[in-house]
Design a protein around this ligand. Structure first.
Ligand code: URA
Length: 286
């Protein structure tokens, strides 16, 4: 018997399905040279006064030289890189002008350089105490964080609260944030570019809070802040120095396994317990 005809999805349901699957832009398999297409539709290219264009050519022949596909891709990528660089520079300028955590939030609210803003519901910036001695930096907001505009309020956040309570702390003793300030669609990991665009704000936040101890939570935060290439399971249990150009002195930093990983692999909680005790001891000494 043939399968029944599939019920067509509404446009809205289809878009929701794409977003949940992590799709955040529509691009083709091949790069399109829209400049050439525009020239063709507008007719012959005008020869520059001192130029040597062959007027006997048809408009199609006169279309600008089309670079081989591999070159088009690399040209496109370098244009993207240049654009990305200027977004990052703008982010550094905006962040540097912030004199308080509230200023920095306002700067992020006016910033339009991160593609994640297009799909996120809310800016997810900080939670806790801006004067805290301990600062924790997670990876990226999830669905619940996006809904509430507050970091670590979903299942991972509940575990963070328990981890803090196990060493006698709560959110009043820490400032919590992430490497990116908007939820990546479908809970995918943030890209290197998205992290690079948000990093100027994160660096400035660390300068403004000036904590005694910095704790990157999970691999992406450790890579972004400590410039370490090793995986999180090799980095945890060790102390590093975090510094940025405007900080008076470096801060001790130690990575923690991410609570989302602990929820999937509870046996690893033993390691986290040791790391939490080390953090508590360092805080007491500080
Ligand atoms: N995971 C993170 O890394 N950050 C959050 O805010 C929530 C979940």
């Amino acid at each position: 018997m043939p399968d029944p005809a599939p019920t067509p999805l509404s446009n809205r349901a289809l878009m929701t399905w794409y977003l949940d699957a992590g799709v955040d832009e529509t691009i083709g398999e091949q790069p399109v040279n829209r400049y050439a297409a525009l020239q063709r539709s507008q007719g012959p290219v005008q020869a520059p006064v001192s130029g040597v264009a062959d007027q006997s050519q048809t408009p199609l022949q006169q279309a600008p030289f089309q670079a081989p596909e591999s070159q088009q891709v690399s040209q496109q990528m370098s244009q993207q890189d240049v654009q990305g660089d200027s977004i990052v520079q703008n982010a550094y300028a905006l962040a540097a002008a912030a004199k308080s955590v509230d200023d920095l939030r306002a700067a992020l609210e006016s910033f339009e350089g991160c593609a994640l803003q297009k799909t996120a519901t809310n800016l997810v910036f900080t939670d806790g105490n801006p004067k805290a001695s301990l600062m924790m930096v997670g990876e990226a907001p999830g669905a619940e964080e996006d809904r509430q505009g507050v970091p670590f309020v979903g299942p991972s956040g509940k575990l963070v609260d328990q981890m803090l309570a196990s060493i006698g702390l709560n959110r009043e003793h820490v400032l919590i944030t992430n490497t990116v300030f908007w939820r990546p669609p479908g809970n995918r990991s943030p890209t290197t570019q998205e992290i690079a665009i948000c990093l100027p704000f994160l660096e400035r936040l660390i300068e403004l809070v000036d904590p005694k101890i910095l704790v990157p939570v999970g691999g992406p935060a450790s890579t972004a802040l400590l410039a370490q290439q090793k995986g999180i399971t090799k980095l945890r249990g060790h102390w590093f120095s975090y510094a940025s150009s405007r900080m008076a002195s470096p801060i001790p930093a130690t990575p923690l396994l991410h609570p989302a990983y602990l929820l999937r692999s509870p046996a690893q909680k033993r390691e986290v317990w040791k790391d939490l005790l080390a953090i508590r001891q360092k805080l007491d000494e500080a």
